[in-house]
Design a protein around this ligand. Sequence first.
Ligand code: DHE
Length: 525
Amino acid sequence: MMKSALVFVFVLIAASAASAEEIHAKALYYAHCAACHGANRLGGIGPALLPQNLKKLRKKKAFQVISEGRPATQMEGVGDTLSKTQIQALVDYVYSPLGYVPHWGKKEMMKSWTVHTEMHELPEKPQFDADPLNLFTVVETGDHHVTILDGDKFEPLWRFRSRFALHGGAKYSPDGRFVYLASRDGWVSKYDLYSLQPLYEIRAGINTRNIAVSSDGKWVIAANYLPHSLVVLNAHDLTPFKIIKADNRKGETSRVAAVYNAPPRRSFIAALADFKEIWEMSYDPEAAPVYVGFSHNFRKGQEEGIVEEEQPFARRRIKIEENMRDFYFDPYYAEVMGASRGGKGGMVYNLDARKKVAELDLEGMPHLGSGIVFDYEGRPVMATPHLKGDMKKGKGTVSVIDMETWKTVKKIETKGPGFFMRSHEQTPYAWVDVFFGPHKDILHVIDKKTLKIVKDINPEPGKVNAHVEFTRDGKYALVSVWDMDGALVIYDATTLEEVKRLPMKKPSGKYNVHNKITYSKGTSH
Ligand code: DHE
């Protein structure tokens, strides 16, 4: 009681410039929310309550959660204690920007570091009969759980509670034994797929975009919106190795849009959301130095000195003409295709020459991150759905681009904008969902030889049916019924007939171990 009174006084003094409503909302926040969600809304045992972290939660729903709580969690409702006006004040407060970029250093990270089981305690072999390379990690966003699925029998091996709001693809160690997952709240978690248990967790950021794992299995890197940073973790136990501030030479900072592993280059590539730059950061022990300029001594005429950025993970900056929102690599990781933030087109940069080599006819927000590659008429092409289209009329596009000439081969008309696309080397078809609009329940099956839609599949009419992933051999396609009362529906990838249905809670992405670690051309990386 004493403590909350003191905090209240502190808030009043600290917020002297704020309006009466803001002070009131802050005081309510300190009294009812801060213990779990952190004094500065940065998160604690509960998720961070910042506009960036609440993007997926409508204000109306937030009002309901604050009033009634969340079932099966520690979140209790305050509907009996607070008035509707007070609850609305809390909603408005948590959706208001923080106004500064919070600090999240090694000390804060290490405070969150959690050890469930140590690496040296693990068995050598899988503790089950299933093919460990044909497992799927299925993220169920409905109740924040993850299912590890046997990809031969389509039976769950393990279901566990995940961190709040996982986002982005599951990433595996190069041998497929360990899976790494990231939450929008910045938590990175490592699990052992042989013994089906959690190992380590750490909060690498306040608002995280995605993670990538190096090809030597030594590093995990997280791209953050908050704070403006990339964080390199030791893949072994997830302890922080290096924090790379996302700054330019003028001292300005940027959000990091995404980071990916580039296997042949032995480096990570990141796109900066607020700078016209892409960065390449090498983890190759033989990496050449990255020169950043001359020392001040040289300029004063005293002593010549070239300044290098410390390796590993020194940043090689590639200047680009427009900020990249989303990107994709050619199969050799020599070139990077980017979609501009304005949604007006695309560009290709050569990572060695550090130059633009082509422009792409890619209007309408292509979702490059979910692009796939396959051979068409003897040439590699890349296919990507577009997030923009005519939702009301049910019109969308999949663009198919020749990866040698960078010309558009075909724009396939779809029944609405799609989010995810998938194929497999062993299947003649590419599958794309229609995530938005009146046909959101349909998935188009496209013949890779003719680039024509040959069938529409509708696993559950009226619901969003989306995101496909193939089994290791490409014989089965797994589709999500994206609903609280949802399912994972398994199709024979040749006959296109349903073979099994498993009930799940809003399953979003699913990731096959083999397809991911071999960087299959039909799946995301
Ligand atoms: Fe995602 C992957 C960014 C909204 C579900 N999404 C990714 C990746 C990025 C990204 C950078 C690649 C991560 C990786 O695998 O390494 N997503 C964005 C956005 O900028 C966007 C449009 C806005 C935002 O809120 O961040 C966005 N994404 C969504 C959603 O609304 C989705 C549908 C539901 C959700 O869970 O938030 C969603 N994104 C996904 C999924 C993947 C993903 C399922 C993994 C795809 C894969 O197959 O690899």
